[in-house]
Design a protein around this ligand. Structure first.
Ligand code: PLP
Length: 394
């Protein structure tokens, strides 16, 4: 066993974990993209120290808090952040949206690449913007890549902004350097600004390397990078993150938008700030061990799903598995029935095709499994799922 106990089962139900809302008690939640592990002890200790102060008045980020983000970004991604280009934010989605509002007007076109997680699909059409959808191409092995010709058509057609997800949820792709370079060329050619959601960027498996779009030649001034420690350290409920914006005019506009929507940059919730700084200062050993544990969970899931009428590609980042279930030929009700008989809750694939998720009754092509949980629970879930899927074998 390593230093950190990822096998420990924590009952999150009494703490209103989102993943259990509306869920039958018997189901194992593999739906929401968060982890069921304890955070590194240094985070809990830092939060305790903050509690012990007994005063929780308005607080600003200190130089040490900023430096923790800067050092982490350089250490893990080789990405140099200048202090004045870094703003603290209340999370990733709201910052993606405020960035988009800052860069566009109602009636402007905003590109997104699907499949994509529903809230990000929604983002591109908010406040009167016109969402332009480009679909990833998927080859017969299940490998996804951009459809650059299609993206170029959207850019030619006047898209002002691309909202990117890198690494990609739900496919688990880590975009290769050459894919990012090609994308950067198109963004420059058509003067399209990029807002890059890099929330999954710390959870990269060996053999892959995350390329920060803004670090490619001539991209700094035309890119906003948004990230946080929320996936890495399971701090989703802390609602804290960062944005790097080299373009001073754009930075000021994004700050103004965040302010308009009720957030003063650099004044995060006190406990969230303590957690984030401790995570970035002390969390590296935890992350390394977590990645090993997650890889084993992915191995286990893939073993259980082998030789069944589903196909699953190994994710290159994060803890989400995008399972191709086209062979099963099921509609939404039938897939939900299969999953609940297997004792699990998972997202059906149409959540990643559209923001109109509630009334879709048609065929299901994929489902998404979040596997960041103690192995004993995962094993139970996968055994059940395998047993049910066996009955669909022809
Ligand atoms: C790609 C992506 N962006 C953003 C979020 C949510 O980020 P936040 O909670 O910081 O708004 C998620 C969570 O699943 C995600 O997968």
């Amino acid at each position: 066993m390593g230093v950190y106990d990822f096998d420990r089962v924590i009952d999150r139900r009494p703490f209103s974990a989102c993943k259990y809302i509306g869920l039958d008690k018997s189901l194992i939640a593999m739906n929401v993209a968060d982890m069921d592990f304890a955070v590194p002890p240094e985070i809990t200790e830092a939060m305790h120290r903050r509690i012990n102060c007994t005063n929780y008045g308005y607080t600003i980020m200190s130089d040490e808090d900023y430096q923790a983000v800067i050092d982490w970004s350089y250490k893990r991604h080789g990405s140099k952040i200048l202090r004045e280009e870094l703003i603290s934010t209340p999370g990733v989605l709201n910052t993606m949206r405020c960035s988009m509002y800052a860069l566009t007007e109602p009636g402007d076109k905003v590109a997104v690449v699907l499949p994509l997680h529903t809230p990000s699909i929604r983002s591109a059409a908010m406040q009167g913007r016109i969402r332009c959808i480009s679909w990833l191409k998927c080859d017969k092995n299940g490998d996804y890549t951009f459809d650059f010709e299609d993206l170029e058509r959207h850019f030619q057609d006047g898209c002002k902004v691309l909202m990117l997800c890198s690494p990609h949820n739900p496919t688990g792709r880590v975009w290769r350097q050459n894919e990012m370079e090609k994308l950067a060329e198109l963004l420059k050619k058509y003067n399209v600004f990029a807002i890059s959601d890099e929330i999954h960027r710390d959870l990269i498996y060996p053999g892959h390397r995350h390329s920060v779009l803004a670090d490619l030649p001539d991209m700094r001034e035309r890119c906003i990078t948004v990230f946080s420690g929320s996936k890495t350290f399971n701090l989703g409920g802390c609602h804290i993150g960062s944005a790097v914006i080299a373009n001073a005019e754009v930075r000021s506009k994004v700050r103004d938008k965040l302010y308009e929507f009720g957030h003063e940059c650099g004044r995060p919730p006190v406990f969230s700030l303590a957690a984030q700084t401790a995570a970035y200062q002390h969390g590296e050993a935890y992350l390394e061990e977590l990645l090993v544990y997650l890889q084993k969970n992915i191995d286990l899931t893939m073993e259980y799903l082998a030789d069944l009428p589903v196909k699953v590609r190994r994710p290159e980042a994060s803890f989400l598995l995008w399972v191709d279930c086209r062979e099963l030929d099921l509609n939404t009700a039938e897939l939900n029935d299969l999953l609940s008989r297997a004792g699990i809750a998972a997202d059906p694939g149409h959540y990643y095709d559209t923001d109109q998720i509630h009334n879709y009754t048609g065929k299901q092509h994929h489902f998404r499994l979040a596997v960041a949980m103690p192995r004993s629970i995962l094993e139970k879930a996968m055994k059940n799922l395998r047993n049910i899927l066996e009955t669909y074998k022809k």
